[in-house]
Design a protein around this ligand. Structure first.
Ligand code: IMP
Ligand code: MG
Length: 181
């Protein structure tokens, strides 16, 4: 699927990861997760909005019962470093202490938001905590944070599609593309 070129105004520069590549990798990741967590209480948690499409596809690639949950979080920073203060504007309904938790993220860029959210969830004593991210942009990292399962590594470019936006647009592209304003 492609947008009408007039509507994207030449801003979608290049497809970096195709729809087929994304779907294939998600199926493989779903199989790995199912093998590792089978028989255990599993809760997938994603931070809105960027990971909503990844969450929808990943949970359907997992062939065992699991719960899903969503959070809205904003982190505050003093200068360039994370204050570690996360403002949760919408919290999980589940008590994570009863679950093995996997955070499902769209992209790890500086790592600040996810680092804060991971700290917060860890403090609630889940049975275990792992991070799955669709995209990893390691060149941009300012806090130490690694995903347990990164699906794709991308260079230091601004990307859109498959849930990721620029000014709230382009989340509905089925692939990951380089955005050039
Ligand atoms: P950080 O890791 O705390 O810097 O923030 C990561 C968040 O910034 C992601 O969850 C995205 O919502 C957003 N973000 C970072 N890089 C990009 C990009 O290339 N395109 C679109 N959104 C991005
Ligand atoms: Mg995000």
């Amino acid at each position: 699927m492609n947008f009408n070129p007039e509507e994207v105004n030449g801003k979608i520069k290049k497809i970096l990861i195709t729809e087929e590549e994304i779907q294939l990798k998600i199926k493989e990741t779903g199989r790995l997760i199912s093998e590792e967590y089978r028989g255990k209480p599993l809760l997938l948690v994603s931070i809105l909005k960027g990971a909503f499409i990844f969450m929808a596809d990943l949970c359907r690639a997992i062939d065992m019962p699991c719960e899903i949950g969503f959070m809205c979080a904003q982190s505050y920073y003093n200068g360039t470093s994370s204050s570690g203060i996360v403002n949760i504007t919408m919290d999980l309904q589940q008590d994570v202490s009863n679950y093995h938790v996997i955070i499902v993220e769209d992209i790890i860029d500086t790592g600040r938001t996810l680092s804060d959210v991971a700290k917060l969830l860890k403090a609630r004593n889940p049975l275990s905590l792992k991070i799955v991210t669709l995209l990893d942009k390691p060149e941009r990292r300012v806090v130490e944070l690694e995903a347990d399962i990164p699906l794709f590594t991308v260079p230091d470019l601004f990307v859109v599609g498959y849930g990721l936006d620029c000014g709230e647009l382009y989340r509905n592209l089925p692939y990951i593309a380089e955005y050039g304003g």
